[in-house]
Design a protein. Structure first.
Length: 81
């Protein structure tokens, strides 16, 4: 997987105590018992830790971990250019 995927998984495990055994690229945030309020907090942590801003409406609990990682990766690439 990509660096953004690994970074997202690291945040979920170490900052939010999500069971790493439940995290797969195909898992949705709902599968991990993450609701919309939790998503807002996660996006704030992503912004603080990774230096990218993801709009609240860009990610939902129904999104997969892989989709969120792609979104983070795209924002990282855009900010690097």
């Amino acid at each position: 997987m990509t660096n953004s995927y690994d970074a997202l998984v690291d945040l979920l495990v170490h900052r939010f105590d999500v069971d790493p055994a439940k995290i797969t690229p195909e898992a949705t945030f709902e599968d991990l018992d993450i609701d919309s309020l939790f998503m807002v907090e996660l996006l704030l942590v992503v912004q603080a830790e990774l230096g990218v801003e993801i709009p609240d409406e860009a990610a939902t609990p129904r999104d997969t971990i892989a989709k969120a990682a792609e979104l983070i990766g795209a924002q990282l690439a855009a900010s690097a250019s």
